[in-house]
Design a protein around this ligand. Structure first.
Ligand code: SF4
Length: 411
């Protein structure tokens, strides 16, 4: 069988092509993995599960805390579920009537075969490298949790929380859970499990044929948010950066939720900033003053700038309120043209949780890079502001009383 590749790019993901030799080993114990090494531990078992050391051995009743060796099969029976902890710390949960083969689990990578049923996987290592083969697809996952189900017909179904999948639609049925997740039909996904290893960059993500396929016609990338609304913004200079947490963190942002947002030159940086800050102001639980008051102030000041009532001192006020929530230099990307260096993530905080400092990310990102857009709003407000002219005409003569007149004063 020629396996079809499902290449899943999830939270902070980097795509890696599968190694054919690993697939061939899926029927037995992987090379380099001795019988003595535990490939996985059965950390939880509800109901009844069974294991066997290899595909041709008899099934035996599984017990909790049992160590499973490479090449072993594990299955759950009706109304049962199990959890496995793999050698690379990946957590696998099997629902009822699922059957899984531990083809190869090393500290560096795991190769599994889901023969039937449904499993949910959460990779704990970073970067994780989990390869999952099903009768219809081979998934290469680096990142967050997702679940996969092999249906009765052998067809593979997957539910992804975020990110994207490039796969031929016939190979897999996919449920898109969040707006940031999507599926990209691609014949390229039909490539034989490869012999190459590569790292996905933001440029690949936005412009690659398998992924974003470029900015909409006639427009250019202005800025992008690499990891959700809490992440400081990146700009075209950071396009060639790999989607690797440490690299992105050192460069002044984070991969965070993996919800990457690209904005073209038609995006109003001030309006984008308000949209993000407004979210954090609404989300603030109000427990700490810098967050409760600060996010509200940030939203109100931005609102008034956009509504045409901004004042020149508002820019300093935004920075000052932000500094009360997150003191010191806030993480940001390098800006070579201006001689500015990156400030690595994470930010400092005067608050209990990171929500407060998250509201400062769009403020500092937009103010630093797109300050002229703020100033343009404020200049327009200055020019359009209605002015009240007060004149000091002399008082009428009949309103001058004697005493005052004597003293030279007007009433
Ligand atoms: S920083 Fe966190 S704990 Fe503090 S008010 Fe904001 S949301 Fe609540």
């Amino acid at each position: 069988m020629t396996p079809i590749i499902l290449r899943a790019v999830l939270l902070g993901a980097c795509a890696t092509l599968a190694v054919p030799a690993a697939l061939a080993q899926c029927a037995g114990v992987a090379a380099g993995q001795t019988e003595q090494n535990a490939a996985a531990e059965l950390v939880s078992l509800v109901g009844r599960g069974e294991t066997r050391p290899s595909g041709d051995a008899a099934w035996e009743r599984a017990v909790q805390a049992q160590k499973l060796k490479g090449g072993a099969d594990m299955r759950t029976l009706a109304l049962s579920s199990a959890a496995l902890l793999l050698a690379d710390r990946t957590q696998i949960r099997m629902s009822a009537n699922a059957q899984l083969r531990l083809c190869d689990t090393q500290p560096e990578r795991s190769l599994l075969e889901l023969i039937a049923g449904r499993l949910w996987a959460r990779t704990k290592r970073s970067p994780a490298n989990l390869q999952l083969q099903t009768p219809a697809a081979l998934a290469v996952v680096r990142g967050t949790d997702w679940d996969v189900e092999v249906e009765g017909s052998g067809r593979t179904g997957s539910k992804i929380e975020s990110g994207m999948i490039a796969a031929p639609p016939a190979a897999i049925s996919t449920t898109i859970v969040s707006p940031s997740a999507r599926i990209t039909p691609s014949s390229d996904a039909l490539k034989i499990p490869g012999s190459a290893e590569g790292t996905t960059t933001f440029r690949d993500l936005f412009f690659g044929e398998d992924f974003g396929q470029g900015i909409r016609a006639g427009h250019e990338l202005k800025m992008f948010i690499p990891g959700g609304g809490s992440a400081p913004w990146f700009y075209p200079e950071q396009l060639d950066m790999p989607l690797e947490g440490k690299v992105v963190g050192g460069a002044g942002s984070m991969l965070g939720s993996g919800a990457v947002v690209a904005m073209d030159e038609t995006t109003d940086a001030v309006a984008a900033c308000l949209r993000l800050v407004r979210f954090f102001a609404r989300e603030s639980c109000g427990k700490c003053t810098p967050c409760r008051e600060g996010t509200t102030w940030l939203e109100r000041v931005l609102r008034r700038i956009i509504d045409g009532y901004g004042r020149p001192e508002d820019l300093g006020l935004l920075a000052s309120v932000g500094d009360n929530i997150s003191p010191g230099p806030y993480p940001n990307a390098a800006w070579e043209a201006e001689g500015l260096e990156a400030v690595p993530f994470p930010p400092r905080q005067t608050t209990i949780c990171p929500l407060g400092p998250s509201a400062v990310a769009p403020i500092t990102s937009a103010l630093r890079r797109f300050r002229p857009e703020f100033e343009a709003y404020i200049a327009a407000a200055e020019n359009n502001r209605p002015r009240l002219t007060v004149t000091a005409d002399p008082p009428p003569a009949d309103r001058v009383d004697g005493a005052s007149a004597a003293g030279g004063a007007h009433v």
